[in-house]
Design a protein around this ligand. Structure first.
Ligand SMILES: [Zn+2]
Ligand SMILES: [Zn+2]
Length: 291
């Protein structure tokens, strides 16, 4: 299965990437440092004392494409540098499967429940978080199988025995009815979303309060991207005017192109925003000439 197949099945966007609509997926933190030591990926995730800041947030564009292409330790290292670690706990699951309770109603007498933490180890006199690398290969193979099976089912083609084996411990469902295959496949994607503790949440993008999906780390963003790819939700995009998601009919906007929901069109928002952008440009030119 190659990436053309995902494209043919309508699962990728205009840039050919899977699971990348303009719907906002919350980005994970990037580790300060990552190392491979034997079969472990070591990473740091804390407040950076030297720089006095939290680590940078990852840009998740192309994240899922990158993840399903991981074949070796070097691939794990490159991915973790660019998109973050999976943050596996002692149960060999993403720590988000058992999240800490976040309670913002502090006036209530309530003891929040503690959850799972990523695995930790001491190396060269420092403590590090780590993921077992075999878990990375396992998750990457699962994600690849999910995309392959979804592409085959969308296209009405026979599904691959090997891909089912990767999801269901060697079982083969390739001969089942299509609707049964879909149910079995979606069970796995729903399992990812649940382990990832993926949820709707609100974020402020500097201009608007917008609806986002995710609310967790790297594994969470991957699970949401898988969901979006499998459901071909590339047409579900965010309005540049009001920040709400809407189902776009007709052609998808090119990446970086502003796009507006029917509501905003009706209210004349695109024309207003164009004028505002023009004024901003003129002001920029004016101040430029004054210097
Ligand atoms: Zn756990
Ligand atoms: Zn709008």
């Amino acid at each position: 299965m190659n990436f053309d197949a995902y494209n043919l099945a309508g699962m990728s966007d205009t840039d050919g990437l899977v699971g990348n609509p303009r719907l906002v997926v919350t980005p994970p933190f990037l580790p300060e440092e990552v190392h491979i030591v034997e079969d472990k990926l070591l990473y740091s995730k804390d407040w950076d004392m030297r720089a006095q800041r939290w680590p940078l947030k990852a840009n998740i564009k192309g994240m899922l494409d990158h993840f399903v292409r991981i074949r070796d330790g070097q691939g794990v290292l490159q991915f973790a540098r660019r998109y973050g670690a999976l943050e596996m706990c002692e149960h060999d699951l993403p720590a988000s499967h058992n999240p800490f309770e976040e309670i913002w109603m502090m006036e209530r007498q309530f003891k929040p429940r503690l959850g799972c933490l990523p695995r930790m180890i001491t190396w060269e006199g420092r403590s590090w978080y780590y993921d077992p690398i075999p878990q990375w290969f396992y998750s990457s193979r699962q994600a690849r199988a999910i995309l392959n099976l979804a592409a085959q089912l969308h296209q009405g083609e026979p599904t691959s025995k090997d891909d089912w084996a990767a999801l269901y411990q060697g079982n083969d469902y390739s001969m089942c009815e299509a609707d049964r295959q879909w149910r079995l496949l979606l069970n796995v994607v729903n399992g990812w979303l649940s382990l990832a503790n993926a949820r709707p949440c609100l974020v402020h993008n500097g201009q608007h309060v917008i609806f986002a999906l995710g609310g967790g780390g790297t594994y969470t963003a991957l699970a949401v991207q898988l969901m979006l790819a499998v459901t071909r939700s590339q047409d579900l995009i965010l309005c540049s005017g009001c920040g709400h998601p809407y189902l776009r009919e007709g052609r998808r906007p090119k990446s970086g192109q502003r796009n507006y929901c029917p509501d905003c069109h009706e209210k004349g928002v695109p024309a207003r925003e164009r004028k505002r952008a023009q004024r901003m440009r003129q002001r920029g030119e004016d101040s430029g000439s004054a210097e």
